[in-house]
Ligand binder design. Structure first.
Ligand code: TYM
Length: 321
């Protein structure tokens, strides 16, 4: 089984990225051949600052490794180290209907928010399909916001295989963990860099505590029982602790007598403890200047080998070879 996922280097990774994609990817690296990459071409649709892009690439590599990506098990590389992906993207784009791309939420949402759309943003799902199909991935661990992109990918596979033969491309399956498909931000909306509502994985203690204290709640007075159904604090707390610990907090919500500040502090401590070993590992990785380049370089070599196999198969199938 081949597992693949990618993350955009477009700013500090947050716990939505962690629980939606990184944690499942790390767990899956023991269950098959893992290909994990930094989607730097994709990030260019929104980051046009060269220094920011190259800093973000390095930071993302450090974050992913600190969270447990094992380069002995997983092939870890930069998307842009395998430019072959564009050739496959072109082939895919020749069968991808415009309507399919026009319906994509992430594109429509960005345009609705006033982002001036470039062609890269519009064609983004085709490049993403190429990322997945270039490596014959079977399983793609992602958060729910990528579900539609996986559907586009699967549609494209159907079209290519109908036209050029059933074995041309491998049909991938998304792996979306239902319980945490959409990690909420501090305001209750989906946690997202573009909504400014994130909790970073590796934030500084004081600043992150301040962010946790800003989690939106209702105005129930301290002594009164508090609603548990729509609580952002509980939704986030659940990600870090065991069921009995969640049950305890639910009980305390219902009993009244404790204010939201108390619960936020408990959440902050759970967050801090969860990432403590990874924070330490990150500090160690940071000291070894050449390590990241070495890992990404050897990952790129391995990724390119796979990419060229798929491409020669596709070239033959479509009549280019
Ligand atoms: P990106 O960089 O926006 O996000 C990386 C991963 O984090 C997940 N995620 C979340 N999961 C749960 N709750 C949230 N609030 C949340 N926010 C983000 C995303 O679903 C994603 O899995 N298009 C991709 C990058 C990409 C890719 C690929 C992924 C490019 N090519 C091929 C898989 C396969 C993206 O923008 O992810």
């Amino acid at each position: 089984m081949r597992i693949l996922t990618g993350l955009q280097p477009s700013g500090k990774l947050h716990i939505g990225n962690y629980f939606g994609a990184i944690q499942p990817a790390i767990q899956l690296q023991d269950e098959g051949e893992a290909f994990y990459f930094i989607a730097d071409y994709h990030a260019m649709t929104s980051t046009q600052d060269p220094k920011a892009l190259s800093d973000n690439i390095r930071e993302l590599a450090l974050d992913f490794l600190a969270c447990g990506l094992d380069p002995e098990k997983a092939v870890f590389f930069r998307q842009s180290a395998v430019p072959e992906v564009h050739e496959l993207a072109w082939v895919l784009s020749t069968v991808c209907p415009m309507g399919l791309l026009e319906r994509c939420h992430s594109y429509k949402d960005k345009v609705a928010k006033g982002v001036s759309a470039n062609h890269g943003l519009f064609a983004y799902p085709v490049l993403m399909a190429a990322d997945i199909l270039l490596y014959d991935a079977n399983l793609v661990p992602v958060g729910e916001d990528q579900k539609q992109h996986l559907e586009v990918t699967r549609d494209i596979v159907g079209k290519i295989n109908d036209l050029y033969g059933a074995d041309t491309l491998t049909l991938p399956e998304p792996r979306i963990r239902e319980e945490i498909a959409k990690v909420p931000g501090i305001d209750g909306a989906k946690m997202s860099k573009s909504y400014n509502n994130t909790l970073p994985i590796f934030g500084a203690a004081k600043a992150t505590r301040k962010t946790v204290m800003k989690i939106v709640t209702d105005t129930t007075p301290v002594e009164e029982p508090k609603p548990t159904e729509s609580s952002n604090i509980l939704a986030l707390y659940k990600l870090f602790v065991t069921e009995p610990e969640v049950a305890k907090m639910v009980q305390e919500f219902e009993a009244g007598g404790l204010g939201y500040g108390h619960f936020k502090q408990t959440l902050y401590e759970a967050y801090w403890d969860h990432f403590a070993p990874m924070r330490q590992k990150r500090e160690e990785l940071e000291k070894d200047q050449g390590l990241i380049d070495e890992i990404l370089q050897s990952g790129a070599t391995r990724a390119r080998e796979e990419a060229s196999k798929t491409l020669s198969r596709v070239r033959k199938a479509v009549g280019l070879a």
